[in-house]
Ligand binder design. Sequence first.
Ligand code: CTP
Ligand code: CA
Length: 222
Amino acid sequence: EATIKKDLPLLNINVLITAGPTFEAIDPVRFIGNRSSGKMGFAIADRMYNLGANVTLVAGPTHEVCSTGINRINVMSAEDMHQACIANFQEALITIMSAAVADYTPVHVAKQKIKKSDTDLSIALKRTTDILADLGSKKRPGQLLIGFALETENEEENAVSKLKRKHLDLIVLNSLNDPGAGFQGDTNKITIFNQQLQKKTFDTKSKAEVAIDICQEILGLL
Ligand code: CTP
Ligand code: CA
């Protein structure tokens, strides 16, 4: 039993994870999306599962596959993702939001395919809900909330401001300026800040190894 506890430190702990992009429909055949592969979030989900957690993975459209023991909820839009997160947040001790959620979505979704005309086209966009900020405002004492920040300039300053504004316990900074970091590759380079604004930098590693580091930092908060 002692070994089980040591190997599975998150046994019976509910963990909620978001991963992948969201797609915001423009018409029946078109959408606004982004280049997120979902790999980082899926690697974290697998790691959490291997640590014994009950994992709910809210996944945007991605080709990634996860362990069959993970409760995967597939969603398309930011709005869908928000609903799935709200439904699962209360019971989660640990929530990790790695999804690349669209910040804007079309005001109207055309019922029919939009036909081209000779004039240029503009599409009106409205803000989506910031899911992470919403969960941050609903967080109970003891719940842990971890966010990501994807930055191309003023990386650390922007990441710290997101940590504070969204009431996070940790923020994982991905700088797109780092070679080997980012969205689509198999490696990542991260920096993690905690609420005391202590900073930990990590080397470029495979996303599976980065997931181990992130989960280790989270375990350290428990
Ligand atoms: N996030 C979210 N819901 C949104 C937008 C972002 O849950 N509608 C989460 C992401 O999953 C990530 C964190 O917020 O964990 C930061 O996302 P990011 O795009 O880096 O920051 P934003 O707050 O959206 O600000 P900006 O894109 O302007 O830098
Ligand atoms: Ca954003």
